[in-house]
Design a protein. Structure first.
Length: 344
């Protein structure tokens, strides 16, 4: 019997195994299939930490790769206790002993950087495993495209921050679960984001409801630093649309033929809307979240802004609808149902 997420983790390794991605982890993965997973996970993390220390030693000039064995580290510093230490590096990195100082510096930086890139990729893959390990859904029959995987590998190799490695791990996990879910354009977008842009997006995305941001909640948005210039910036980045379209509205019709019923959701919180007329149409002034923005929302870890949701709920109630707020779950038929509802 498979544990939750095991089928998706197997799909992850089927996806990347023959693409040269995660080479550092593949031997551990093969052994994990027959050994205790918790212990093997510990050894994986220790191995990656060791590889990072070795890369730094090479970069400082305290060590080099052994001239005849790319998996051995020749230590030049008495501060390192052993003359030879195992190195996690691709076979292609076996280099001849440098004959000049320039060659030596260039060589050791190349080797150290290559090790760092492989470690970064391995850490992002482990983050993807964590995401998939909690998901018991059925794996897809298709795979992420080769072009997509090559681009993911290129970008993930540059990420040394644990927080960003987790982000790129979630992207890989999402693509394994639903191939085509994240576009190559989205990968380029993530890679090119500045820190200031990322911070702005992080603040703004918590206000997304379904695929829009409530325009007439602008007073509240401004109070938390999302003013109109920030909205324009988000539009320029490509996350929002409709900043200058004053009359842009989202419309909602009923999902029920006997009365008006619809549900909106925001990061695990929902707005349930009811009315007597099944033909009624609810219109909400909105900034629209683009395709790139929706992909960002799907990989983010955003908390619902309940006060802002209440602001929208009050506006809807003023239009003659009854409104309830609360957390929700998805029924087997795909419909959302609110639990512990609070009436406005």
């Amino acid at each position: 019997m498979q544990i939750p997420g095991e089928a998706l983790i197997e799909k992850l390794w089927e996806t990347i195994a023959d693409k040269g991605i995660g080479s550092l982890l593949r031997p551990w993965q093969m052994r994990r299939e027959a050994e205790v997973k918790i212990e093997m996970k510990r050894l994986e993390l220790l191995s990656l930490a060791q590889a990072e220390r070795e890369a730094e030693a090479i970069r400082r000039g305290d060590a080099t790769l052994h001239p005849s064995n790319a998996r051995q580290l020749l230590v030049h510093s008495p501060s390192v206790p052993n003359n030879y230490l195992p190195v996690v590096a691709p076979e292609a990195l076996a280099l001849e002993t440098p004959r000049s100082r320039v060659e030596e510096i260039a060589s050791r930086n190349f080797v150290a950087d290559a090790i760092d890139r492989e470690v970064n990729i391995a850490k992002a893959i482990l983050k993807a495993e964590e995401e998939l390990g909690a998901d018991s859904s059925t794996p897809p029959t298709s795979f992420a495209s080769d072009d997509w995987l090559r681009r993911w590998k290129e970008y993930a190799s540059c990420i040394g921050s644990e927080e960003l490695q987790a982000l790129w791990g979630r992207v890989l996990a999402g693509e394994v679960k639903t191939p085509g879910n994240y576009s190559v354009r989205f990968l380029n977008f993530l890679h090119n984001l500045s820190r200031d842009e990322a911070n702005l997006i992080e603040r703004a995305m918590s206000f997304v409801i379904d695929d829009f941001i409530f325009r007439e909640g602008s007073t509240y948005l401004e109070s938390v630093g999302i003013n109109f210039s920030a909205i324009l910036r988000l539009q320029e980045i490509g996350v929002l649309a409709g900043a200058e379209a004053i009359g842009l509205k989202k419309t909602f019709s009923s999902g029920d033929q006997s009365s008006y019923r619809t549900i909106m959701q925001s990061h695990g919180y929902a707005i349930g809307i009811r009315g007597n007329d099944p033909k009624a149409v609810l219109e909400i002034p909105a900034y629209i979240v683009t395709s790139l923005g929706r992909q960002l929302v799907s990989i983010g870890k955003f908390a619902p802004n309940v006060e802002y949701i209440q602001c929208l709920g009050g506006d809807i109630k003023a239009k003659g609808f009854s409104v309830e707020l609360g957390k929700f779950f998805t029924r087997p038929d795909g419909r959302l149902e609110i639990i512990d509802a609070e009436q406005l």
